[in-house]
Design a protein around this ligand. Structure first.
Ligand SMILES: *[C@@H]1O[C@H](CO)[C@@H](O)[C@H](O)[C@H]1NC(C)=O
Ligand SMILES: *[C@@H]1O[C@H](CO)[C@@H](O)[C@H](O)[C@H]1NC(C)=O
Length: 232
C-alpha cells in the first residue's frame, strides 16, 4: 500500500511538472533562454542585492514555514514552483491562504526595497549563468505577488477558486504563442497570449476571471513590453 501511494505521488508530481500551468502562464518554459533577461526584467530594481546568502537565508525561512525540504534554494526554482503550484492546485483555501501568508512574511522580512533588488533576474545573473532557473524563481514570486494581492479577493469570491484550479490547460495559448512569436520583438505574441488566457478563463469560469489571468501575465512581462493592456 505504501509502495502504491509512493508511485501515485510520484506520478502526480510528474504529471503536474509537465502539465501546462493553466492560470499561470508558462512563457518562461517556452521562450529561449537568451530572450528571458529582457522579457522577465523588472523596472523596480535600483541598487544591488546584498548577497546570494541573503536570498538563501530568506528562502530557507520561507520554505521551512511551508514544510518544504529546507535544503532547496532558489537554484531549485523548478522544484519550488512545482510545490507552490501543488499548494494552489490543491483547491483548499486554507492551503492557499497559508501560502499567501508565507509570501507576505518573505516580502516583509526581506523588506520592500531589498525584495525588488534581490528577486530580480539581473540580481540572480550575478550568481549564475542558469537564466532559466533565475527566471523561474523570479516569475514564481511575481505570480505569488499577484495572486496574494490583486488576485486574492477575486480568487476568494464564491466558486472562483475551485473553478480556476480545475480549469482546462492552456496548451492552445502556448501553441499559438510559439507559432507566432518573433523573438526579436516577442511583445505582440505575449499580448496575443494574454488575450488567449483571458478568453480561456472567461469561458471556463466567467468574467472577470479572464482579466485576472491576463493581468498576471502582463505584470510578468509588462516592464519590457510596455504597452500591454488587459480589459475587464
Ligand atoms: C537543488 O539544486 C542543487 C543545485 O543545482 C542540486 O544539486 C540539488 O540536487 C537540487 N535538489 C533537488 C531536491 O532538486
Ligand atoms: C522579426 O522581427 C524583426 C524586427 O522587427 C524583423 O526584422 C524580422 O524580419 C522578423 N522576423 C520574421 C521571421 O518575421
Amino acid at each position: 500500500m505504501r509502495g502504491l501511494t509512493l508511485v501515485l505521488v510520484v506520478l502526480a508530481s510528474t504529471t503536474l511538472a509537465s502539465e501546462p500551468n493553466g492560470i499561470f502562464d508558462d512563457l518562461v518554459e517556452h521562450t529561449p533562454v537568451e530572450v528571458l533577461p529582457q522579457l522577465v526584467t523588472s523596472n523596480s530594481a535600483f541598487g544591488l542585492c546584498p548577497s546570494e546568502a541573503y536570498i538563501n537565508y530568506y528562502n530557507q525561512v520561507w520554505e521551512t514555514s511551508l514544510g518544504f525540504d529546507s535544503s532547496l534554494t532558489w537554484r531549485n526554482a523548478s522544484s519550488l514552483w512545482v510545490r507552490v503550484r501543488q499548494m494552489i492546485k490543491s483547491g483548499d483555501l486554507a492551503t492557499f491562504q497559508k501560502l499567501c501568508a508565507s509570501r507576505d512574511k518573505f516580502y516583509f522580512n526581506m523588506g520592500q526595497i531589498l525584495y525588488y533588488q534581490c528577486i530580480n533576474i539581473f540580481s540572480f545573473l550575478q550568481y549564475t549563468q542558469d537564466i532559466k532557473t533565475a527566471a523561474t524563481y523570479v516569475r514564481m514570486w511575481q505570480h505569488l505577488d499577484f495572486y496574494c494581492n490583486v488576485g486574492f479577493e477575486q480568487l476568494l469570491s464564491p466558486g472562483t477558486y475551485a473553478c480556476v484550479v480545475t480549469a482546462s490547460a492552456n496548451e492552445g495559448c502556448v501553441n499559438a504563442y510559439q507559432a507566432s512569436v518573433n523573438y526579436t520583438n516577442p511583445c505582440p505574441a505575449v499580448e496575443q497570449y494574454m488575450n488567449c488566457e483571458k478568453g480561456l478563463f472567461d469561458t471556463a469560469c466567467g468574467a472577470p476571471n479572464g482579466y485576472y489571468a491576463c493581468e498576471d501575465t502582463r505584470l510578468g512581462y509588462g516592464a519590457y513590453c510596455s504597452n500591454l493592456r488587459c480589459n475587464v
